[in-house]
Design a protein around this ligand. Structure first.
Ligand SMILES: Cc1cc2nc3c(=O)[nH]c(=O)nc-3n(C[C@H](O)[C@H](O)[C@H](O)COP(=O)(O)OP(=O)(O)OC[C@H]3O[C@@H](n4cnc5c(N)ncnc54)[C@H](O)[C@@H]3O)c2cc1C
Length: 385
């Protein structure tokens, strides 16, 4: 029998960041439980690593305004590499509605303190990226501090630093139950041992609803497959390019290694624990890639190198963070809807604040609590890629 001040279920980037932030705040007796033999087997190891502040809701923008500067100083703060590359995100508008949407979002981003976002004209885009097809582009928005991180490296950095500061990581250990008494959470049963604790954080990614069920909570988090296609080495397009988003159909891409990483949210995808890569996706994505970047017509792709992973979707595309009223000591850090890597630093800080002090000054945490669904307070994020 072990005891812990806080048990974190899930050793992905979110659980690791929470462990780091808890130990930073002086809470050292923390156990992170990961059922896989190695970290990163969940969504974190499958991520595209994009980080951006170009969101449409203030709470998501605020989470990015903490997270991106954090990633920028990650290596100094933690002493391990996070792989932050500020190459920007470039949204390409092809309708007036897109332009208005980007304008409205930019106003909110600037009001909240983002300095590095700007409007770009179609001519600017054509001049900087002559290999993009811009005949239908009306303009766009570019934020230079947006960019990419290395999700695996950042996760390992968070967990290693947390371990140096007292946290323990139990790999190859599955959480099988959570016992509750009249004071709330009492103990966690695992395949390795029982842990007596009064605080548990659910950081189980796409599997979060199964953990919540252990305390009879219905968590509206569902898995949704996303597929990524890396190209073979390709140098006909600049490797200094930003994440570039074709708003006409959602196709986006960024440089990766000697080639490019291609992404597109297939609207016909259905929810479920599907993690096999579907080969027919290659043709669909290459068609969209060549439509926006004609030289991608010549790009080589090895289907064996493509992969699929799970987004953890909520009905309003915002995470569910913090305590649940029904079970004292049960905290959620779930439902990132495709933004868990970029928002892991803010989530770590918010959860550490909420577990240790019951309050945080980073955001108004009530906006993201589970109760918002029952109380009709959903806040829709529409800038989901
Ligand atoms: C293709 C793809 C592209 C993406 N691109 C981006 C992007 O560009 N930017 C971005 O910010 N986000 C992106 N995401 C989303 C991002 O990867 C996730 O939001 C993030 O990784 C969630 O981290 P996590 O730690 O919550 O979950 P995970 O990394 O899934 O970790 C959860 C862990 O919990 C463990 N677990 C589950 N149940 C149990 C149990 N019973 N006992 C013990 N352990 C358990 C799992 O094994 C897993 O390791 C992308 C996701 C995919 C699939």
């Amino acid at each position: 029998m072990q005891t812990a001040d806080v048990v974190i279920i899930g050793g992905g980037i979110v659980g690791s960041s929470i462990a780091y932030h808890l130990t930073e705040q002086g809470c050292k007796n923390v156990i992170v439980i990961e059922r896989e033999a190695h970290q990163g087997k969940g969504s974190t190891g499958k991520s595209m690593g994009g980080v951006r502040a170009q969101f449409s809701t203030p709470v998501n923008i605020l989470m990015s305004l903490y997270s991106i500067p954090f990633y920028a100083s990650f290596d100094d703060l933690l002493g391990y590499p996070g792989g932050y590359r500020p190459q920007g995100y470039l949204f390409l508008a092809t309708t007036d509605a897109h332009l208005r949407y980007l304008d409205t979002n930019m106003q909110k981003q600037v009001e909240l303190g983002l300095k590095s976002v700007e409007k770009v004209t179609a001519e600017d885009v054509a001049k900087t990226y002559p290999k993009l097809r811009t005949d239908d582009v009306l303009g766009g928005n570019f934020c230079s501090t947006d960019g990419f991180v290395d999700p695996y490296s950042a996760m390992i950095g968070f967990m290693t630093k947390a371990s140096e500061q007292g946290a323990r990581l139990w790999r190859g250990t599955e959480v099988t139950g959570i016992s509750v008494d009249c004071n709330g959470v009492a103990a966690i049963s695992t395949s390795r041992d029982t842990i007596v604790t009064r605080n548990v954080v659910n950081a189980a990614g796409a599997w979060a609803a199964q953990i919540a069920k252990m305390v009879n909570i219905n968590l509206p988090v569902v898995p949704l497959r996303r597929m990524l296609v890396p190209t073979e080495p390709f140098d006909e397009y600049p490797h200094s390019a930003p994440m570039t988003i074709d708003m006409s159909n959602g196709f986006h891409f960024r440089p990766e290694s000697l080639g490019f990483l291609l992404a597109w949210n297939d609207p016909t995808e259905t929810t479920g624990y599907k993690t096999d890569f579907e080969p027919s996706f290659i043709e669909k994505i290459l068609e969209r890639a060549a439509n926006r970047v004609p030289c991608f017509e010549n790009v080589a792709v090895n289907p064996k190198k493509a992969w699929a992973g799970l987004y953890e979707m909520t009905p309003d595309h915002h995470p569910i963070l913090g305590a649940v009223p029904e079970v004292e000591g049960f905290f959620c850090a779930n439902g990132f809807s495709g933004h868990g890597v970029m928002h892991a630093p803010a989530t770590g800080k918010i959860l550490a604040d909420l577990v240790l002090n019951g309050t945080t000054d980073l955001i108004d945490a009530t906006l993201l609590n589970l109760a918002r669904f029952a109380e009709g307070r959903e806040i829709q994020e529409t800038a989901v890629l």
